[in-house]
Write a protein that binds this ligand. Structure first.
Ligand SMILES: Cc1cc2nc3c(=O)[nH]c(=O)nc-3n(C[C@H](O)[C@H](O)[C@H](O)COP(=O)(O)OP(=O)(O)OC[C@H]3O[C@@H](n4cnc5c(N)ncnc54)[C@H](O)[C@@H]3O)c2cc1C
Length: 537
């Protein structure tokens, strides 16, 4: 057997890539190679739910990208954390388990993505899932991905949820059930109070398979295309350059930034841009790296009068030691949960068909959260984070350099349209309305950001431009569709190139109205099933 020849090569061992490697190798019939640029997921903070504040800025397991300066965001470069380890961003994310709105997938189908309507994707959500509450029409058990309830209710979250009810947002016990609207506790991708990344869920049980090779520290630099077909992958390791050959298919799963970057490095992208970079054009594909979008959010912070927040934990060594002991001994206490216990889905305009706003309720507040870390306020506080779920702005992922190891140039087009700004201003006002309701109001000392004097549309818009950030849900930069404004077809095959698929968050034609990890895992489950079906002929 030729040691460097595989049936399938998967580049990127993230949310999608781990699913692909595990499912494609499951039958034992196919030799599969998984190439992951980052190291194994051995950093202990990865596995502790509250540890995600630590992995947020760790360059060993996080790409720590930035956008190029964003003119519409006061010229700032926005911080873009991305997982660089087995499990990818599912190893550093907030673990909130949300699928989006049923109508989001029906919209994909309406846009020409045959087989991706809600009824068609639900079986793959269920196949992936091991739901702690048990099975029902919407949920599955026995799948690799553990989905659990929060360890308990929380005083401040309860107060915020009661306040949401008072502004007309009803309680919803399951955002992933019959309907998404409402407020309630989030479920998380955790098991026994440990993070359940796709590396844990899918790769760990598959590791010992003789037909699966997992190569970490392996940065894919080029998909080799010969005669219109992907025949292998060039990659870089600490020991130098390597090539792996493929007799079946190459699956690009590098995420919304990594996948379009790799395709462009391989000569698949907008011809003019590739020529500017000195890269030989194999196929002029203007859609590669286009259509990038992301949820967008601001943070509204309040100071409160009771030391019950994670800010108070961070400031006190005795509390930290007690929290560590509780977690080590009983898997309970503040370290056992993600600190984003609850949230709400609402509309910026009652006439909208689907919620366009998500409000995350954080039991902590931050002075700063960015490339230099997560710095909590030196007093008890909480955050309401309104998230714009259906942004209209569309950006790009381009090569900043022909060097395959250099970060890509990411340009978002946040707040491009009148709707984008109007909706986020409506969201800020809704959050203030919630904070003005009892029982939440009785905890509040004052609004810290934007602060009471910031009231008019112009003042709030300035606040949005000066402080708004990526919600870390970039998608759609290798969009699925039928025409030339898409990159892959509904079976996720790259248009016009044989033996090459893209499988990750980048293929979403439009971002779903909710967090993106569970939808990405669904995409990979469905993609693996399609590939195995195609292989059977
Ligand atoms: C800080 C943060 C918080 C988040 N919170 C939530 C949340 O609470 N809930 C939720 O649902 N979603 C959340 N998300 C989003 C969610 O995690 C992502 O949408 C999802 O993980 C994307 O999966 P992916 O497979 O597309 O990409 P990734 O999981 O990012 O995987 C890409 C993988 O490819 C590797 N790679 C990239 N380029 C190369 C290359 N050239 N060669 C080899 N390997 C390469 C990367 O190292 C990575 O492992 C969050 C994301 C972040 C960063």
């Amino acid at each position: 057997m030729d040691e460097d020849r595989y049936d399938y090569i998967v580049t990127g061992g993230g949310s999608a890539g781990c699913v692909m490697a595990a499912r494609l190798s499951e039958s034992g019939k196919y030799r599969v190679l998984l190439l992951e640029a980052g190291p194994p997921d051995t950093n202990p903070w990865i596995h502790i739910p509250l540890g995600f504040a630590r992995t947020y800025v760790n360059p060993r397991i996080n790409w720590m990208f930035e956008t190029v300066p964003q003119p519409q965001m006061a010229g700032r470069k926005l911080y873009l954390p991305r997982g660089k380890t087995l499990g990818g961003s599912s190893s550093i994310n907030g673990m909130v388990y949300i699928r989006g709105n049923h109508g989001d997938y029906d919209e994909w189908r309406q846009r020409g993505c045959e087989g991706w309507d809600w009824d068609s994707v639900l079986p793959y959500f269920k196949k992936a899932e091991n739901q702690a509450r048990g099975p029902n029409e919407f949920h599955g058990v026995g799948g690799p991905l553990h989905v659990s309830d929060q360890p308990s209710t929380f005083e401040l979250a309860e107060a915020a949820l009661e306040a949401c009810v008072r502004v007309g947002i009803p309680r919803n016990p399951d955002f992933n059930g019959a309907q998404q609207d409402g407020c309630g506790y989030y479920q998380t991708t955790t098991s026994n109070r440990r993070r359940w990344s796709t590396a844990k869920a899918y790769l760990e049980p598959a590791r010992s398979r003789a037909n699966l090779t997992i190569q970490t520290g392996a940065h894919a630099t080029k998909v080799i295309v010969a005669g219109g077909r992907a025949t292998g992958v060039a990659y870089h390791t600490g020991q130098g350059p390597r090539v792996a050959h493929c007799r079946g298919e190459v699956v690009v799963s590098g995420g919304a930034f990594g996948s379009p970057q790799l395709l462009q490095l391989s000569g698949l992208g907008p011809a003019g841009h590739l020529q500017d970079m000195g890269i030989p054009v194999i196929a002029d594909m203007p859609a590669v790296g286009g259509n990038l979008h992301d949820h967008f959010n601001v943070n509204l912070n309040w100071r409160i009068n009771k030391p019950i927040t994670l800010n108070d934990l961070e400031r006190s060594w005795p509390r930290k030691i007690a929290a560590a002991a509780r977690y080590a001994l009983f898997r309970s206490g503040p370290m056992a949960s993600n600190g984003i216990h609850a949230g709400a889905f609402a509309r910026s305009d009652a006439r909208l068909e689907r919620p366009d706003l998500q409000i995350n309720i954080f039991e902590w507040s931050t002075l700063r959260r960015g490339k230099d870390g997560v710095i909590p306020h030196p007093f008890p506080g909480f955050t309401l984070m309104p998230v714009l779920l259906r942004p209209e702005g569309r950006g790009t992922v381009r090569l900043a350099s022909p060097d395959p190891l250099a970060p890509p140039a990411v340009q978002f087009d946040y707040l491009r349209t009148e709707y984008d700004m109007r909706a986020i201003l409506a969201a800020i006002r809704l959050c203030r309305d919630i904070a003005a309701q009892q029982p939440l109001k009785s905890y509040i000392v004052n609004e810290v950001t934007p602060g009471d004097p910031v009231v008019s549309d112009d003042e709030l818009a300035q606040f949005v431009r000066e402080t708004g950030v990526s919600n870390q849900h970039p998608t759609s930069s290798c969009a699925m569709g039928a025409g030339t404004n898409s990159v892959v077809d509904p079976r996720l095959r790259v248009h016009g190139i044989g033996g090459l698929r893209v499988v990750d968050a980048s293929i979403m034609p439009v971002v779903v109205g909710g967090n993106t990890n569970a939808p990405t895992i669904m995409i990979a489950e469905k993609a693996a099933a399609m590939m195995l079906e195609d292989a059977r002929g």
